[in-house]
Design a protein around this ligand. Sequence first.
Ligand code: NAP
Ligand code: MG
Length: 506
Amino acid sequence: MASASASASLESATRGAKSSAALEFLKSSPKKLLINGKWVPSKSGKTFETLNPANEQVLALVAEGDKADVDEAVKYARKAYEDAKWANLSPHARTGLLLKIADLIEQHADELAELETLDNGKPLFESRNIDIPGAAETFRYYAGFATKIYGETNPSDPSMFNYTLREPVGVCGQIIPWNFPLLMASWKIAPALACGNVVILKPAEQTPLTAIRLGELICEAGLPEGVVQIVTGFGPGAGSSIAEHPDIDKVAFTGSTEVGKLILQASAGNLKRVSLELGGKSPNIIFPDADMPAAVFGSSLGIFLNQGQVCCAGSRVFVQESVYDQFTDSLSKMASGLTLGNPLDPNTRMGPLVSKEQHDRVKGYLKAGKEEGAKAKTGGEPGKQEAGYFIQPTVFTGVNNQMKIAREEIFGPVASAIPFKDEADVVFQSNDTTYGLAAGVWTKDINRALTIARKLKAGTVWINTYSVLDPISPFGGYKQSGFGRELGKYAIDLYTQIKSVYARIG
Ligand code: NAP
Ligand code: MG
């Protein structure tokens, strides 16, 4: 039973929340780990706080899982896998259960959207219209795959019958970031389960709540115990224990390039399969013949969605010289018109960044940009709110591609607008980066658009649009933005391995 002071502080931390279900969920704190179908405290008994970044107040205490808890989770996941409780279920039954998870996400969409906004700070407008429906859609999409994972028969000698089986990889560790918490959990869990794997998911310490709630919904859907474990905790404790674990067969990671390299090193111990979806510094290219209002709106969405905390954000806006001033004026006007405030307000279009650490990081880049001679045409400062990690939407002009704000991933609402001369120049500058996650190009000349799309070294290219993501299409990086492709049929490759069977006949 919550004490009077605890419920008063929860009321203050959740001011503006309307979902009674979300508030009920938060009242039962501390949150526990999901291991073998049961909710258990961490073995150490330690917990950590998760905050509302809009007011810096505590929403809930969460179990701090570490190596001992990961070991326990792996033990039960391994047992569930070897008992084939999941992989040997009829594919139709797996489809049914994944569809049920999608339905439950939709039925609880208002609650999940408020929890996401409370924990992460993203506007409710986004969590309710993008994150939560996207998570349900991902489960629904991969539900269909469970019955469509095919092997092949091969043209062998008549004395031999040779065929392939596509089998699950086994126990999958999945480490996700804080920027799209429920959506990232669904990108990881749904394809892994469709292929018959079992999983151990570690959400980011800043945003564990919707993954925990998803764990409850997965139990409610009736998945066998041990198929999905949720281990909350910190990167160097729970995360690195997953990456190093000798009995985990595969690790899927989304987050910073820096940590991605650590994951890869740690995987060497037992040569676990690795897929990495890392950072970006994506170019978004504006030609003078573009539909300008559409290009301004799309570019604004490309960099300001989710406060710019998007791995594929169009953070380098390349504008051809003849329209540079006109375009950056319009983009700045659009940026300054975004309503900053309590993200639970349905009219808010920009909430706080996720954490103090991220706020400090982005403030550091605002300072670096000014020191290097760029001009903040709009923004350039923290938000003026009394509390919370707000940053004004910022458009830097006078940027060149060698500046720190053009080379490093800022992960905040900061556009670096860079002029270019011609096609060759913009292709060169766009590709002059260690990253290669995504790119955008705005022009009415379809030949130019398609030619440039081929030349850009990026895993996704958008033409006359930006930030469109759909489970039907693969997503992942070139260069140091990672490897492996999530979404689409490509995720099936990540979560299956192929066995070739030869049988002598005749
Ligand atoms: P991060 O450290 O890479 O965090 C991503 C996930 O990895 C979290 O679950 C984190 O756990 C975990 N982790 C951290 N250290 C680990 C380790 N040694 N072994 C295993 N797992 C580990 O990212 P961040 O520090 O939150 O953000 C830093 C920067 O990364 C951002 O500013 C941005 O540039 C980039 N980033 C990119 C993406 C993307 O979508 N590509 C997403 C987020 C951040 P804890 O959170 O519990 O520590
Ligand atoms: Mg939080």
